[in-house]
Write a protein that binds this ligand. Sequence first.
Ligand code: F0G
Length: 452
Amino acid sequence: MPPFSTSVPVVQPADLRFRCIACGDLSDSATQNFRCAHCGDLLEITYPRWQEAKPSAADLKSQWRNRRLSLSTVDLSGVWRFRELLPAIDDQEVITLREGNTPLYELPQCARITGVPRLYAKHQGMNPTSSFKDTGMTVAATFARRAGFRWVACASTGNTSASMAAYAARGGMRSLVLVPEGKISWSKLSQALDYGAVTCQLRTDFDGCLRLLQELVLRAPVYQLNSINPFRLEGQKTIAFELLEQLDWQVPDHIIVPGGNLGNSSAIGKALLEMRELGLIAHLPKLSVIQAEGANALVRTLREAKGERLISVQAETRATAIRIGNPASWKKAARALEATGGACEQVSEIEIAQAKAEIGAEGIGCEPASAVTLAGMKKLVQQKFVKPDETVVLVLTGNLLKDPEFTIEFHRGELFKGAEGTSAMDRLRRPPIVLDATLDAVIRTLEQAEKS
Ligand code: F0G
């Protein structure tokens, strides 16, 4: 008997409905590819229970705060702590690694560089597998298991695969990873391997992997855990809930996120609108998306096609996490930008590397894709879209250790060797120094460093 001859389980929680973002069709269950059965566009999750009885903002705030003292497994999760605004499930069914609970850091040096004193970083690299993907994965993996799936799968630039593999392992499921060969960092690949995923390095790019996965899920009972899966985005909403709670519900003027497949900007946008609808916040911050110049599909879509159709690109960037040319959630993200009045900008490879080193010099660090936020913010300040007296939060999506190759090449001066416009980066470089093992040699080095 072929392994995949079983019927396909259906993920169908009772308390929510799937709504097509284009034609508005409402349904109780979603197809395997999470596309509208009528028009083929993406689905989002809605909660009819809010129509009957809107949760009270004051009650939610105090309940979420009180849970921080609790020792129960779901309350210790920085995602499930906000479960009133997530799909409902029994506590014992949750697959969690205590995701979320990520710090909000001040960035005093970057604040001086940009001339914006109230500058913060919401560091999603401090999640269990070191990227923001865990916040969505805990929810989507939980519902995959609840529906009875044995296999979960994703296409990935690295972080999704690491996260999915971990949550599948915790939940007793098998996982299948499709990644572009040679285009993801060793750190991320090693995570997927260690967590036991069946890892396929395909001779294509991320967009090719995702296309193939979309076909696979229609042929085999594997559950798709890319951000097309609306359960992922429900979990990722909690990044914004937790951020606002950390700011004591004082709304920042700007939230700036990197854009790749555009799931995260969509999720944060949805969270902001829901928080306003429920009275948790009185007004919306501006949500802005930054892309690498070499993977700027949303920038071009908004500038050249006024957001009416997607302009795909052949993606190329060393920020491999966002090396994506055909972003699946572009329409959701474009709507989030429109609803909040946010901007969409692009930054060069050199600007990304410099911003990454500046964040590193704060003692925080992040991966290249996260650093586009600071690089993009500098442009938004120049354009006076961000003003010096405003509060800005950068969402750092992945940990520094996710891509050590990039960091080492940068500090050794191997990145962009001979390229124009790299002199501003020289003061940030800290190449490793090879010395004889003598006290004199070390003291001389110390003295030179003190002078420079
Ligand atoms: N930052 C990092 C570190 C990422 O890994 C990703 C996406 C993004 C930003 C962009 O987020 O896709 O929601 O717009 N990584 C995916 C992956 C595509 O497979 O790990 P997005």
